[in-house]
Ligand binder design. Structure first.
Ligand SMILES: [Zn+2]
Ligand SMILES: [Zn+2]
Length: 53
């Protein structure tokens, strides 16, 4: 599960919010709730998706 995302360009860190009380999984460019009831694209930084650390 993802508790921190990092921008590969500048190293900025971002903590995605939790869903259902737990960190979400990263899957195919999306953050997905472990219960499968929510998903959204990975946030962008410098125009690129941030990556799980
Ligand atoms: Zn950046
Ligand atoms: Zn959820």
């Amino acid at each position: 599960m993802v508790d921190k995302l990092v921008c590969k360009v500048c190293g900025a860190e971002y903590e995605p919010h939790y869903h259902c009380g737990q960190p979400m999984n990263a899957k195919e460019g999306n953050l997905v709730c472990v219960n499968g009831d929510y998903e959204r694209p990975l946030p962008l930084h410098h125009g690129k998706p941030m990556e799980p650390r």
